[in-house]
Design a protein around this ligand. Structure first.
Ligand SMILES: O=C(O)CCC(=O)C(=O)O
Ligand SMILES: [Fe+2]
Length: 282
């Protein structure tokens, strides 16, 4: 009988060697492209083309929005409070980005609830202060004459709770099994990255994924990245439901603003793993 029809797999404790894929095409378990997520394909396409249009605008139009000051509120802050500072060009910017942000927020809360269910935390655990802040970063990578010499974004873990990324051209890689693995760009899929706060709240059960972006020599790439973060005053600590005598807390409690400021101060250190500094000694 063919091995595919036999029932050995019911007993299998480890994956048989002949089933293991080469590392570069293994799906991995930390950065999962999510499809059937409920955000309409039209809205995803419209948002992507809007941002491409934004980057294609004449330099004079873009200059009005340019700033190196990271504290400025036009860095596409996606709440009603900031809508006045959003770009007025392209003309449909506010409408499209407003709708997109609201839909992606709903999706992220659904994913967070599924994570609660999977880990045995009460539903709605993340719904309030822990996911209060939503921000949007649009990365635009022009074609690069020699991608082997350059990184679009160097390796890092995101400091927030969870990140929802849309890409239509390959470029995202995650660090897994001591090497960089490409994350396939599936049409209309979102990539969900576990970020630092989710690692700490899950008491290390979920790991924040180190990732980077590479460039390519033929086409420009735009990525739309939604960061869901706790409010700055929020205290982050392992969820009580995940802590017991057998499973003691692995992380100290920290106010998110302290974590975030430490992260920002170390952002130029490629090996900075801020999470490590909040680990409790075993
Ligand atoms: O462009 C990408 O795929 C990655 C961007 C990223 O990691 C970030 O903005 O934090
Ligand atoms: Fe990132």
């Amino acid at each position: 009988m063919s091995i595919r029809l036999s029932s050995w797999s019911k007993e299998a404790q480890v994956v048989p060697a002949n089933y293991v894929f080469p590392p570069e095409i293994r799906p991995g378990d930390l950065a999962a492209p999510v499809i059937n997520h409920g955000v309409s394909e039209e809205l995803m396409d419209d948002t992507m083309s809007l941002f491409k249009e934004f980057f294609d605008m004449p330099v004079e139009d873009k200059a009005a929005y340019y700033s190196e000051d990271k504290s400025k509120s036009f860095r596409l802050y996606t709440s009603e409070d900031h809508i006045q500072s959003w770009p007025e060009k392209p003309a449909r910017y506010r409408e499209v980005v407003g709708t997109y942000s609201a839909e992606v927020r709903k999706l992220s809360l659904r994913i967070l609830d599924l994570i609660c269910e999977g880990m045995g935390i009460e539903m709605g655990y993340f719904a309030d202060e822990l996911s209060k802040i939503q921000s949007l970063v649009i990365n635009h990578y022009p074609p690069c004459p020699n991608p082997s010499l350059v990184l679009g974004v160097r390796g890092h873990c995101d400091p927030n709770l969870i990140t929802i990324l849309q890409q239509d051209v390959y470029g995202l890689q995650i660090f897994k099994g001591e090497q960089w693995v490409g994350v396939e760009s599936l049409p209309h899929a979102f990539v969900i990255n576990i970020a630092n706060q989710l690692e700490m709240i899950s008491n290390g059960k979920l790991k924040s994924v180190k990732h980077r972006a590479v460039t390519n020599s033929s086409i420009a790439r735009t990525s739309i990245v939604t960061f869901i973060s706790p409010s700055r005053e929020c205290v982050i600590e392992p969820a009580k439901a995940l802590v017991s005598v057998c499973s003691p807390p692995l992380f100290k409690a920290v106010r998110y603003k302290e974590f975030s400021d430490t992260y920002m101060a170390k952002t130029h250190d490629p090996n900075s793993t801020v999470v490590e500094s909040y680990k409790l000694q075993a």
